[in-house]
Design a protein around this ligand. Structure first.
Ligand code: ZN
Length: 461
């Protein structure tokens, strides 16, 4: 069994690894590159293999950097089955549909400014391509091994990262001997709200694991809770809205969970709560449909507190008019809206209406990449440009850490440490120095033999 690394090798997006086994080809993930200056070009480029030569695709989870090029793979000739967890099918249908919609809008905008005679741009893929991809998806439950090719077995285990996220084990007989590859996908931290902790992988001949936060230790979650509580206390006392830019998948549902858990302590009954993101509303619906995947604490909370997804004073604003109506509220509104880094979406309207108010609170609960409006605000800008206007920043801007969907250095190391015999490991989905620091940790703590593959690196299992 061989594995060739084609994406997220030395970077954190574009996950894609090709497993070759007994003359068959299994692709693990088919993600988009995000955040890179040449991302559009790289996502539209030829695949480094013939899509028609792939027999089977396996998806670890629904995040776009793991699934975003799947419709393109199908459009360019892949016709095999796509195996993944049922919740990932649910989420991927929503997220890939959103990606197709954005591509369509961007193309229409670009085509409006074309010089005469130039051929119009085409979107990377359309909703029809997404529908074709989703139709090829086959559900696989956690810890239920299935044969995906003659003599090749697939096992998914809960990775605790987002709903439906999985570690992937591929096992096959080659020349009478069994070989097993374990791919971590993205690993969540232990004790993350709603989701179960990552399930350990019992054994493997080669481990491919993520290293996003390989050099970092997350802040304790209790500190995060206390910080959020003090923001709501201040907002309640002074008036002013609380505006939270949040990602649609995971972080939004986590916030709603905390709202339910601390509903009385944070005096949330005194606020009007808004989830102002059609995509986050659809994703929250998907969480609702997969309650069987929640951990014990979430099930208890669900049973005894206001249901996090149906809080009594929570309004889901699907259409634009309902979203615009929020602009008339100047105090005691809590508004969760995307995009998470304020690069687009409805959050920009809410910032425009709240940034100048010194009683308003802007609360960042996720990573803000360099060059985004979110990062500009986190870095303390006194003025920002929004919709062509100069907007003074008088609101209080908070950066609340400790809500990562990724395990930190300690969590990653502990996950690896549970695998019998500490097999050779290839670290992916990480940049340096995080990746090399995790390599040092796995070597010194567990005696692991660690490789840092680059695009095109081939390793024999
Ligand atoms: Zn992910």
């Amino acid at each position: 069994m061989d594995i060739v690394f084609h994406g997220a090798a030395g970077e954190v997006t574009g996950s894609s690894h090709l497993v070759e086994i007994a003359g068959k080809r299994v692709l693990l993930d088919c993600g988009m590159v995000q955040g890179d200056r040449n991302a559009d070009e790289r996502n539209a480029a030829d695949f480094p293999f013939d899509p028609a030569s792939i027999d089977v695709l396996v998806l670890s989870h629904a995040h776009i950097d793991h699934t975003g090029r799947v419709p393109l793979l199908v459009k360019r000739g892949f016709s095999g089955p796509i195996f993944t967890h049922p919740a990932t099918i649910d989420l991927a249908a929503i997220m890939l549909g959103d990606a197709a919609h954005i591509a369509q809008m961007d193309t229409e905008r670009d085509n409006r400014h074309l010089p005469p005679g130039q051929r119009p741009f085409m979107p990377l893929y359309t909703q029809d391509d997404v529908d074709a991809a989703v139709k090829s998806m086959r559900p696989v439950e956690y810890a239920a091994p299935i044969e995906i090719l003659p003599g090749v077995r697939l096992t998914l285990r809960d990775a605790g990262h987002i709903l439906g996220s999985a570690t992937v084990e591929i096992e096959a007989l080659e020349n009478g001997a069994s070989r097993k590859l374990a791919f971590s996908g993205d690993l969540g931290p232990d004790h993350t709200p709603i989701l179960c902790d990552p399930m350990p992988v019992p054994a493997a001949d080669l481990v491919v694991m993520e290293s996003t936060y390989g050099d970092r230790l997350h802040k304790a979650r209790e500190d995060t809770i206390a910080e959020l509580g003090s923001i709501f206390a201040a907002a309640h006392k002074d008036g002013g809205n609380v505006v939270i830019p949040a990602f649609a998948v995971g972080r939004t549902q986590e916030l709603l969970y905390f709202f339910a858990e601390h509903f009385d302590a944070w005096n949330l009954g005194a606020f009007k709560l808004f989830l102002d993101s059609p995509m986050a509303i659809r994703v929250t619906g998907a969480y609702d449909r997969h309650e069987n995947l929640f951990d014990d604490a979430a099930r208890t909370l669900w049973a005894t507190r206001p249901h996090p997804l149906r809080l009594p004073n929570l309004t889901l604003t699907e259409d634009g008019a309902a979203s615009r109506a929020i602009n008339a509220i100047h105090d005691h509104a809590v508004i969760i809206a995307g995009s998470g880094m304020c690069t687009g979406g409805r959050i920009r309207h809410h910032l425009r209406h709240n940034l100048a108010n010194r009683f308003a609170h802007i609360v960042f609960v996720g990573y803000q990449a360099v060059g985004t409006l979110g990062r500009t605000l986190v870095d303390g800008a006194k003025h920002v440009r929004l919709f062509g206007n100069d907007v003074p920043v008088r609101a209080r801007v908070h950066t609340v850490g400790g809500l990562s969907a990724h395990a930190d250095k300690g969590g990653l190391s502990a996950w690896y440490g549970k695998i019998a015999g500490h097999p050779p490991v290839c670290l992916v989905h990480g940049e340096d120095p995080g990746r090399s620091r995790l390599a040092d940790e796995l070597k010194s703590r567990w005696g692991g033999r660690v490789a840092l593959p680059m695009p095109g690196t081939r390793v024999t299992v």
